[in-house]
Design a protein around this ligand. Sequence first.
Ligand code: EPU
Length: 420
Amino acid sequence: MDSLLIKGGTPLHGEVAISGAKNAALPILAATLLTPEPCIIRRLPNLSDVRFMAQILTWLGAQVRTEGDTLRVQAKKIKGVGDYDLIRKMRGSICVMGPLLGRLKRASVSLPGGCVIGARPINLHLKGFAALGAKVVIKEGYVHASAKRLVGSAMFLGGRAGSTVLGTANVMMAATLAEGVTVIESAACEPEVVDLAKFLCAMGAKISGVGSPTITITGVKELHGAEHELIPDRIEAATYAIAAAATRGEVTLRGARADHLHAVLDKLKDSGAKIEHTASGILVRRNGTLRPVDITTLPYSGFPTDVQAQMMALMALTPGISIITERIFESRFMHVSELARLGADIEIEGPSAIVKGGKPLSGAPVMASDLRASAALVLAGLAARGTTQVNRVYHIDRGYENIDGKLRELGARIERIEEP
Ligand code: EPU
């Protein structure tokens, strides 16, 4: 397993190109299953999760061809049953279920388990499919959904933690080919859901209200092929913004969209970082000492759970106390014990982490546990004195394209140790 070796203490300077969004790519690739015609997806990030989704499409019968950052998919004939082990490996692959149900009126996929960040149920996805008239059964580790006809209806998809991103995506995709009108209340407003709807509309779907909690879908008989360019990855952009602040650097996030990053940029500003909007992107700069800020993760447009760990690393470097509350995933604090190895002083109290920041951090070997926790360890390592070795880098490679190369271009002293 590869690891990253980071010699901390160098301020990051320069420009970093933000890749296409992973969490838009996964449901949009799944949506290509809704039509037998060819679809072209541009600005795909080169990530293991994206390659994995392409493998799933191939397994289901689609022809997939990659040329640089463009993928051409044609799902002429597909099967409705996903490979048990393939689908189980990546939670995001649950979003093939909506398209399979929409097009074939039947879908069987392995029930995704929990993961290190929480239990991650799919009850709301299934509630939505049932509201469209599907019979849903869980048997022998598979979840099966089938219907003679899918019929649009009004449904409420809010759960314990608010809206569901992939649940909204899944039901929206199935409803594009249902008869009549579907209204999803408490729909997710994330930009990735909006991007998916944009692609579906380019395929001929009739959807309105995306970006708001009420989405209306008027079913059509069939969808056709379409081309789409993915939005920039707001979580990757936020991570490099925090890296600039953590290292007292100055970094331009090329191609990032400020309108997707309000909550993160607002907190960075509150903590004393300088944010400017330039012709090529968003410039993030830090000169003086930062101030602690409190953070609560929420569905969009609140502070994203996917940036909680990275912000915690920044607060660990900032003198004073900050309280970080995780409201989306119950156990998304795996990074706390690893940040402690670098010298961070953080206590967990229920859903909150109390960060007593400003203690000097010094490099140590640490273990990546999930994607965003790993990013937090890299950020802490960039600012710490001495050398940090982040092990199990495959977690980072799931969601950050060429992270070591991009950081090196910004002046970081980071190298990848490849295990044979
Ligand atoms: N939930 C339910 N029932 C459901 C679905 C979700 O109770 O049927 C709960 C979850 O347990 C959680 C909350 O609702 O408490 C929100 O979960 P959501 O369904 O929105 O998460 P997701 O769609 O499975 C996507 C991203 C995650 C990101 C979350 C929240 C993808 C592939 N994944 O997951 O991204 O954290 O939305 O924004 O889009 C990451 O990129 O590192 C990552 C984990």
